[in-house]
Design a protein around this ligand. Structure first.
Ligand code: ADP
Ligand code: MG
Length: 146
């Protein structure tokens, strides 16, 4: 499934995140973790979307940006920020394989294009494009059946 949106405020982008989370909750758990890759422009709304996503999952912690922390865990929601990583090897060194093997986990990978090689085949993806000050194009791709 592929859906395209144009949001005109951070609030709308957060709302998209809330709705995406509710969809994930409907389809999860599967046999492995649910993995969601976020990619696209700096300031494109990845962290903003994730704030909504966490809210939709019922996670209370605040999602921060920019972060100097690579992995942040809030119950079974993992926020991995790959902005400062050199590549996939760095993430493997932090136990990525184990994290995505646990069906209870929901794993959101920010700047996932930097570690594309090790993202699971059936990962969902959201791409963010900066159009102007308040406008963002957001494309959500969920694997069929999810
Ligand atoms: P990223 O994590 O992709 O670098 P952030 O979510 O941290 O992006 O930052 C997006 C910035 O753009 C925030 O300051 C937010 O308030 C602003 N913004 C303005 N319009 C939008 C919109 N439509 N969607 C998301 N963020 C927006
Ligand atoms: Mg960010």
């Amino acid at each position: 499934m592929k859906k395209e949106y144009l949001t005109i405020s951070p609030r709308q982008t957060k709302k998209l995140g809330v709705l995406a989370a509710k969809e994930v909750l409907r389809s999860h758990p599967g046999k492995k973790a649910f993995v969601l890759g976020l990619e696209g422009d700096l300031g494109g709304g990845k962290t903003t979307f994730l704030q909504g996503f966490a809210k939709g999952l019922g996670v209370k912690s605040r999602i921060l940006s920019p972060t100097f922390i690579i992995i942040r865990r809030m119950n079974h929601l993992y926020h991995l920020d790959c902005y400062r990583l050199q590549g996939p090897k760095d993430l493997l060194g932090l136990g990525f394989k184990k994290i995505i093997a646990d069906p209870k986990n929901i794993v959101v990978v920010e700047w996932a294009d930097r570690v594309k090689k090790i993202m699971p085949q059936d990962a969902a993806w959201v791409t963010f494009k900066f159009i102007n000050r308040n406008k963002r194009r957001i494309v959500i791709r969920l694997k069929d059946g999810k």
